[in-house]
Design a protein around this ligand. Structure first.
Ligand code: ZN
Length: 621
């Protein structure tokens, strides 16, 4: 499978693969069972191929199917990835959805009980032509059904080919989209084109045809596209890349056609295709099989539609993807999706504005410090911030509060970043609890001393997968990181284990994820960032880019030495501030959670004590 295909789609693709296997097996058996093919099933499949609508519009629940089976009313059933197409002896047609594949198994069981051929049954996959009209042997059927049952779990439900469009149902404008200033200004000429396509072309300007919005999930690509439609007061026709992938050959291309037909009818308008990468890639080899051929057909159809726009048609296609590299290159050429706009994560000011916007939707209690909330949410998307606000309200509801105080927002952020507080803390022994306190105190002290960020909170309450958490936030969003800053980060990561070593003279397994993180950081410093102590500037990425397998021995050795150096520095600092370590550990064991100021206080206490001690020893000398 193409390695560019994003991870999150694998269940979908796996489902598809299973179905294709199923179809392959069946086709090979086609000849032998051809003679037994029931006419009714053949006709039914033929009709389904030309127009599945009569089945799709009549969705029934399982009880109807079971009743029909009991009464021997079923004339034929086609098992599709999304469910069953049923025809009755009375000429009724209906569809029974089967997301979990349980129904296929159920039908199969009663089929088996009833003996041979209770009613004609066929499996249809993405290619109905190869599934057209055969009656299967029971053993084979079992295989197919099992595969199909597995496949249905992951394959999208077939929902006909209607593309709904909206105009003014919920008007969003650029003002409602916080941040994304670059993206908005990049869309300005498209706005002027959509507002007056003819005027635009009268100037002799070549209008844009397609825009590709890319960026991490949750950065508001859909919202931005909607806002553009709202700004221009034009129709917005949404679709998803996956909508075109149909279980019937040719249907995908037909859906593309129907989508653009609708677009032309409603011009000026915006056609929004989400998950553009899901449209697939064209392949040049013939060996790909039907699904690849189908992918080619869909993309070719999209290309034909876009190429066919004339300059005043007033249709703009906006594609959105989290994986711009996975979009077929043919789609990105001049005159197609030739405008690429990258959406980035919101910065500090944007996050503050987002909190102000979303907080209006909940009843906040007391003063809300949006700057602090923004600081705590570095790296979160607008969608995640919306989640935080909503979760804060949920916490209030859970606790029976009448409004949402600031504390709930902070709790919601922690849930979002580190997971819910879980009960496993109670399972720790007293000794383990103290060790976790020592470990976290170590992280907190080094983070504070080296100014890695702002220490917001230290807790030995287990959250998510961690036994304790030291929450360190960045006071600004940094795009560049200095070598010294990265070294400090490594020290902070190693500090938990170092504190345990100093206190107990023995390390524990609790530092596994810290070590993994620190090793990753050290390795990228020496292998790709040119930030090693030895001064090597060679980047291993260059080798991977050229498909040369890199020899990582030297890089790993250098990363190791980086870790050792930083670990020694970290140990030295912690030994010097042993007093702070003891103080913070005691507080954590007693109160479970302490805030950043207490960490700073403990450090200055320890430093003052050291100074007194120095003075005393000098006097004594
Ligand atoms: Zn740790």
């Amino acid at each position: 499978m193409n390695k560019l295909i994003p991870n999150k789609r694998w269940p979908y693709l796996l489902g598809g693969a299973l179905l294709l296997i199923a179809i392959g097996v069946v086709v090979s058996n086609r000849r032998s069972s051809l003679a037994r093919q029931p006419i009714v099933l053949n006709a039914m499949l033929q009709q389904m191929r030309s127009d599945p609508a009569p089945w799709m519009v009549a969705e029934r629940d399982v009880s109807i199917l079971l009743l029909d089976m009991q009464k021997n009313n079923v004339a034929g059933v086609a098992l599709a990835p999304s469910g069953m197409f049923v025809s009755t002896r009375l000429g009724q047609k209906y569809f029974v959805g089967d997301n979990a594949g349980k129904l296929s198994a159920l039908v199969l069981t009663s089929y088996e009980k009833a003996g041979a051929a209770a009613f004609p049954l066929a499996v249809v996959g993405e290619d109905i032509r190869s599934a057209n009209g055969w009656h299967m042997d029971m053993g084979l059927l079992l295989t197919v059904c099992l595969l199909s049952a597995l496949g249905t779990q992951a394959v999208r439900v077939y929902r006909g080919n209607g593309f709904k469009f909206s105009k003014n149902d919920s008007v969003v404008t650029f003002d409602d989209v916080i941040g994304a200033a670059e993206a908005k200004s990049a869309l300005m000429d498209i706005k002027s084109y959509l507002k007056d396509p003819k005027g635009f072309t009268a100037l002799g300007a070549r209008p844009p045809k397609g825009v590709l919005l890319s960026g991490p999930p949750g950065t508001g690509k859909t919202r931005l596209a909607k806002a553009l439609a709202g700004e221009c007061n034009v129709h917005f026709i949404p679709a998803t890349g996956g909508d075109f992938t149909a279980m019937f050959v040719g249907l995908g291309a037909m859906r593309v056609k129907s989508l653009f037909r609708k677009a032309r009818k409603n011009a000026p308008c915006i056609v929004f295709i989400d998950e553009m990468d899901g449209v697939g890639r064209r392949t040049t080899t013939d060996t790909g099989g039907t699904s690849e051929a189908e992918g080619n057909r869909i993309i070719n159809q999209i290309l034909a539609e876009i190429d066919g726009f004339n300059s005043s048609s007033g249709v703009i296609v906006i594609g959105a993807t989290n994986f711009p590299d996975a979009v077929d290159p043919a789609l990105l050429r001049e005159g197609r999706f030739d405008r690429k706009i990258q959406l980035t994560l919101p910065d500090l000011a944007d996050r503050e504005a987002l909190f102000r916007l979303f907080a209006k939707e909940v009843k906040t209690g007391g003063e809300l410090s949006c700057p602090q909330l923004a600081r705590l949410t570095t790296g979160l998307t607008p969608a995640a911030i919306a989640y935080v606000v909503n979760h804060a309200a949920l916490i209030s509801a859970r606790q029976g509060q009448t409004d949402v105080p600031m504390a709930n927002f902070i709790e919601a952020i922690e849930v979002c970043r580190m997971g819910e507080v879980n009960g496993s803390a109670s399972a720790l022994t007293e000794g383990e609890r103290e060790r976790v306190a020592v470990h976290e105190a170590g992280h907190a002290i080094i983070a504070q001393v080296l100014n890695v960020g702002r220490v917001e909170k230290v807790t030995i309450l287990s959250r998510g997968g961690a036994l304790g958490v030291t929450l360190v936030t960045q006071t600004e969003d940094k795009q560049l990181h200095l070598k010294s800053e990265l070294q400090h980060r490594i020290q902070m990561l190693l500090a938990g284990r170092a504190a345990e070593l100093i206190t107990y003279n023995d390390a524990s397994s609790g530092a596994a994820s810290d070590l993994k993180e620190a090793s990753k950081l050290a390795l990228s410093m020496v292998a790709t960032l040119g930030l090693s102590d030895s001064g090597t500037l060679f980047s291993l990425d260059a080798l991977t880019a050229l498909n040369i397998k890199p020899d990582t021995t030297t890089a790993v050795a250098e990363a190791e030495s980086t870790l050792t150096t930083q670990n020694e520095r970290c140990l030295a600092t912690l030994r010097e501030l042993r007093g702070a370590l003891v103080e913070l550990t005691e507080k954590l064991v007693e109160r479970e959670t302490i805030d950043g100021e207490e960490v700073a206080q403990a450090i200055s206490n320890a430093r003052a004590a050291n100074k007194n001690l120095e003075g005393a020893s000098r006097e004594a000398a």
